[in-house]
Design a protein around this ligand. Structure first.
Ligand code: 13P
Ligand code: SF4
Length: 326
């Protein structure tokens, strides 16, 4: 047998075995596997639920499972633990963090709060439990406009994503949004030039952007949505080709949802390295040895829970309430 054929056969065999192992351990542990839309396709395939940050956090609440395996990045698993303190919440790869969430520290946030005592602090869910504990209310890319509009304060201190904050400001001219200088290291890589080239190449094809993209890229979008908002827009559109302005993992779900449509990326740089750290092997390992357990000091967890629950009260409790787009 040729070497590459042999390698492919071995890899396929290994993946099948790992998949069987994950499914077996999932039953034995009474575990619920949740996966973000950016996960590797092999991980998406074994998940009980696939979704955006908010839908996944909400989906973990009130289930009869003992263990939650969060296939995503650390702040997502932390949100699941904040909302489900009695459950074992596992992040398969401890190093799977979100570079943007690391761009704000509690100390610096406290300094900024002292500078703007009248401002309400809105934290994007892409933030640590400590930042949530320091904030008044959380938001996601699906509900950020709704959350900011719901607040009585004119001044809003928005952390950490300056691009999402800038996007929200477009819809809330009555507010003064103080932007933190954080950004998503993945969405920052697409440029307006990349998008214009694709628009030239595929005339008439809608460009759908995630609000973490820079403002000049958002200006070119036909639709802006959280990762859960891409598929519903495509379902309603008559177009055949779509330019996808978010992480490449999204393509797998979109192809599954819309097999007859074509999806193109404006840049091959749209890869979130830490989202891609989780493999089937790590999911199997997590279930086997029950690692890595998320632990949050109780005083921080309680405050962070209040911040998340306030958001859920405003956006509605049902998971599908998260599937909003503007
Ligand atoms: P959503 O899935 O909530 O749109 O978030 C995107 C993201 O970057 C998560 O890290
Ligand atoms: Fe963080 Fe961006 Fe990766 Fe999402 S895509 S986890 S915001 S770095």
């Amino acid at each position: 047998m040729e070497l590459d054929v042999l390698e492919k056969a071995t890899t396929k065999d290994l993946k099948l075995k790992l998949r069987e192992k994950v499914l077996r351990l999932k039953k034995e542990r009474n575990a619920y596997i949740v996966a973000h839309n950016y996960q590797n396709y092999e991980v998406q395939e074994v998940a009980d639920i696939l979704g955006d940050s908010l839908a996944l956090s909400k989906a973990t609440v009130g289930t009869g499972y003992d263990v939650i395996v969060f296939c995503g990045v650390d702040f997502m698993a932390e949100s699941a633990k904040i909302l489900n303190p009695e459950k074992t919440v596992l992040l398969p790869v401890r190093e799977a963090d979100c570079p943007m969430a690391l761009m704000v520290t509690p100390e610096r946030l406290r300094e900024k709060k002292a500078q703007y005592p009248d401002a309400a602090v809105v934290c994007y869910v892409n933030s640590s439990a400590e930042i949530k504990a320091e904030s008044d209310i959380a938001c996601t890319s699906a509900n950020a406009v709704q959350i900011v509009k719901s607040l009585p304060n004119k001044q809003i201190l928005f952390v950490p994503d300056k691009n999402l904050g800038h996007y929200v400001q477009r819809f809330c001219p009555e507010k003064e949004i103080i932007l933190w200088q954080g950004f998503c290291t993945t969405h920052i890589r697409v440029t307006a030039g990349d998008v214009l080239k694709m628009k030239d190449k595929y005339p008439g094809s809608p460009f759908i952007a995630h609000p973490e993209c820079p403002p000049d890229v958002i200006d070119l979008a036909d639709h802006v949505a959280s990762t859960s908002g891409f598929s519903p827009y495509i379902a309603k559109s008559k177009a055949e080709t779509f330019i996808i302005g978010t992480e490449v993992g999204m393509i797998y779900k979109l192809k599954k949802d819309h097999p007859s449509k074509r999806f193109v990326m404006p840049t091959e740089q749209f890869v979130c390295q830490t989202m891609k750290m989780t493999t089937l092997g790590w999911v199997a390992h997590a279930l086997e040895v029950l690692e890595h357990k998320i632990e949050i000091p109780e005083p921080i967890r309680v405050k962070a829970e209040r911040t998340l629950r306030r958001m859920m009260d405003v956006s509605g409790d049902h998971p599908n309430a998260a599937i909003a787009s503007y």
